[in-house]
Structure formats: structure tokens, C-alpha cells
Ligand binder design. Structure first.
Ligand code: C5P
Length: 400
């Protein structure tokens, strides 16, 4: 029987914790509840006691509890600790090692990885302080984040910040407790992501709107399956969540060089970068000056190397996956690219009307060499990445 501590903090999503506890109980878990004082403003300890079948622990200074299930005992007892909902305040406390209530003290005393299901208003979630706390918690390697979803919030706002659904939290916590078979353990995967920057002169460049989010989601999804991932990333804000080898590059030529240095013995190469097709023919050594007698300016371009096609043409080529971002005739152009570049799979996406670049969601059609199409309906880039990785695992015959 799995022993789960559900820690509830002060957020309106606390009402969903009741359902979460029921799901754990239905799965045969022994559940103990820890609540902060503010959590009790949202849901009563009586409710949680009735659902869990155990007394609720809510006070770090309660001598009776400290004699039995105090903060140290709880962290020792648990197979898994899940903080759901985790408020912005608790996120900040955990990120800074504060231990002034039972939940934060129990977490500080836990040597095991803990799950956090944040829940807060979307502006709070987007606030750089909250995001810095999330990054700090992930970097500590002590916490696993069950990202909040997007949609309508109890406060009336629409955006990211609402707690993940209890079913998703339940499944994730129990899945993480299972002994793992990682199909890509020991396999090397190289991914390109983000835009490239092609210099015009020392201060100017040409680039595109790629955010690198899809590549980072793919890199994480491969790493989750045990792969040894190298991410060759153009200049962008996005970063993967899991530890991996990140090679930062600027131009298409830099990207190709970095890929070729890392490609030996790779099982999979995935080109998700938006590589500039052309670069400026003669990059000026000095900043180009505006002149009074010239109203226009003409730049000459030369073709960049195609990173994806170069890898697909290697004598010991890995399994090669490309992306086709198109604004029209999406499938037709994608199939042409699959054949012309000799790819094993292509992920086609419609980037018209700002549907993809910089967004958190995407919809993709994956096409293989038999022209078979798999449609992935619109969902988060993380979700799409997992599906693409599962398909690659399947194509390589590496599934469980
Ligand atoms: O030909 P197009 O640029 O549309 O092809 C897109 C696919 O090719 C993407 O997977 C992209 O990462 C890759 N590509 C590349 N090097 C280039 C151009 C595109 O790797 N110079």
C-alpha cells in the first residue's frame, strides 16, 4: 500500500484536493493530510479527515502531533508527498528553505522528491518572482512540478495558473512511484531548437519568431525517457526543465558545426530549429552607416547549409525527424520536405496567423515514409512532445 501525504495550502483549488484524496484512496493508498492555517479557510479539516480516514495534522507547534505524526515522522512515513494546491506563498517558502509551518517544515525535512501542483492567479504565476521560485525548486532536484493548466480561473481571469486536475495529479504521483523502464536509456539524441541569427554587421542581424519552446519540450520528453540529450539551441528565452547538454549557438553555420560535433552514435536527430535559409553574403566588419544620398538598401544573401538534410545524408545516419512550419499547403509541402531531405518522420504544423510561434500550444500532423499521417489535435507543446517521443520510440521498436 502506497503512503501518500497530501499537503494543502491556501488556495481556492483546495476544494479539488478532496477529490484528489478520494482518487488516492480508491487506488488503495494510505493518505495523510497536512494543512496550513490558510488552507482551512478554504476546506475544513473535518472534510479531509473523513475522506482520508486519518486525523488531519495542521500545527507544527502541536505537542500531541509532534509526539506521533510530526513533521519529521510524516516525511519519513511518506512514499510520496504532494503539495496540492501549492500557493504562491508556499512556493516562495519552499524555494527559500523557510520552515515556519507544518507543510514547509515537513518538506524541508524530506529527503525524497516531492510533487508540487501550483495554483494561483495567472499574474501571480507569470510574476518573475514566482517563476524564479519555480526554477529554483526544479534546479534543487528535490521537487517535481505538476504544471498548472490554462483556462478560466476562479478569480475570473483567463490564463495559466489553475491547478492541474486531480486525475492528472493522481496519475503522475502514482506513475512516479512505479519502478521505471526507460526505453531510451543510454540512447543519444540530438535536437536543434530556437531561431538562428544571421549577422548583417556587428550590431544587426536577421532572425525569426521561433521561441524554442517546442524544442525544449521535446528535449525534456526525450530526457524523461532516459535519453542522453544534446540540445543545440539558438538564441531564445526557453530552457528545458531537465538537466542535459545544452549547446548555445547563433547562426545556421554555428548550429551545423555544433550538431556535427555531437552527432556521432546518435540514435535520433530531431530538427525543431527555425534555421534561417539564407545569410547575408558579405557581413560588414563595421556598423553600416545610413547615408543621405540613399533611400533604400539592398542586401545580398547566400544559402545556408541545411542542418537536417546534412544529418540525413550522413553515412551512419540516425533516425531523422524534421519539422515543417508552413502557412499554406501544409501537408503537401511537408511531404515534399520529407522526401527531399530523406527524413524518417516529419511533423507538419500550420504557423499561419501566429498559431504556433511563441505559443504554449500547437497542433501537428506527423507523416512517415509510408505517407501515414497521425494527427495530434491542439494541446500543450509538452503534451505534443511526449506523443512525438512515444512515436519515435515505437518506430525504433524500443517500447516496453
Ligand atoms: O526547408 P524548411 O526550412 O522548411 O525545413 C524545415 C526543417 O528543416 C526543420 O526541421 C528545420 O529545423 C530544418 N532545417 C535545417 N536547416 C536549414 C533549414 C531547415 O535543419 N537550413
Amino acid at each position: 500500500m502506497k503512503k501518500i501525504v497530501v499537503a494543502i495550502t491556501g488556495s481556492i483549488a483546495a476544494y479539488k484536493s478532496a477529490h484528489l484524496v478520494r482518487l488516492f484512496k480508491k487506488s488503495g493508498c494510505d493518505v495523510r493530510i497536512v494543512m496550513t492555517q490558510s488552507a482551512k479557510e478554504f476546506i475544513t479539516p473535518m472534510t479531509m479527515q473523513a475522506l482520508s480516514g486519518n486525523a488531519v495534522v495542521d500545527n507544527i507547534l502541536d505537542p500531541a502531533h509532534e509526539m506521533g505524526m510530526g513533521h519529521i515522522e510524516l516525511s519519513r512515513w511518506a512514499d510520496a508527498i504532494v503539495i496540492a494546491p501549492c500557493s504562491a506563498n508556499m512556493l516562495a517558502k519552499l524555494a527559500n528553505g523557510i520552515a515556519d509551518d507544518l507543510v514547509s517544515a515537513m518538506c524541508l525535512a524530506s529527503p525524497k522528491k516531492m510533487h508540487i501542483a501550483p495554483s494561483m492567479n495567472r499574474f501571480m504565476w507569470d510574476n518573475p518572482m514566482a517563476q524564479a521560485n519555480v526554477q529554483k525548486l526544479l534546479a534543487s532536484n528535490l521537487y517535481l512540478m505538476i504544471d498548472p493548466g490554462s483556462g478560466e480561473q476562479a478569480c475570473g481571469e483567463v490564463g495559466q495558473g489553475r491547478m492541474a486536475e486531480p486525475e492528472a495529479i493522481h496519475d503522475r504521483v502514482l506513475a512516479d512511484l512505479m519502478p521505471k523502464h526507460l526505453p531510451l536509456l543510454g540512447k543519444k539524441i540530438v535536437i536543434t531548437g530556437g531561431p538562428t541569427r544571421e549577422a548583417i554587421d556587428p550590431v544587426r542581424y536577421i532572425s525569426n519568431h521561433s521561441s524554442g519552446k517546442m524544442a525544449c519540450s521535446l528535449a525534456d520528453a526525450f530526457a524523461e525517457q532516459g535519453a542522453d540529450v544534446t540540445l543545440v539551441l539558438g538564441p531564445c528565452e526557453a530552457k528545458p526543465k531537465l538537466p542535459m547538454n545544452i549547446v548555445s549557438v547563433e547562426s545556421a553555420q554555428n548550429m551545423l558545426d555544433a550538431v556535427l560535433v555531437n552527432i556521432d552514435n546518435a540514435t535520433v536527430f530531431l530538427g525543431a530549429a527555425a534555421v534561417a535559409d539564407y545569410r547575408v553574403a558579405n557581413i560588414a566588419d563595421e556598423k553600416m552607416k545610413k547615408t543621405d544620398d540613399q533611400d533604400g538598401l539592398t542586401l545580398s544573401f547566400v544559402k545556408n547549409p541545411d542542418v537536417l538534410a546534412t544529418v540525413a545524408a550522413l553515412p551512419k545516419k540516425p533516425f531523422v525527424v524534421g519539422f515543417a512550419a508552413e502557412t499554406q499547403n501544409v501537408i503537401e509541402y511537408a511531404i515534399k520536405k520529407l522526401n527531399a531531405k530523406k527524413l524518417d518522420l516529419i511533423c507538419a504544423n500550420d504557423v499561419s496567423q501566429g498559431k504556433v510561434f511563441g505559443q504554449d500550444e500547437n497542433s501537428i500532423v506527423i507523416i512517415d515514409t509510408n505517407n501515414e499521417k497521425i494527427e495530434l489535435p491542439r494541446s500543450t507543446k509538452q503534451d505534443q512532445a511526449k506523443k512525438i517521443v512515444n512515436l519515435v520510440i515505437n518506430k525504433l521498436g524500443l517500447e516496453k
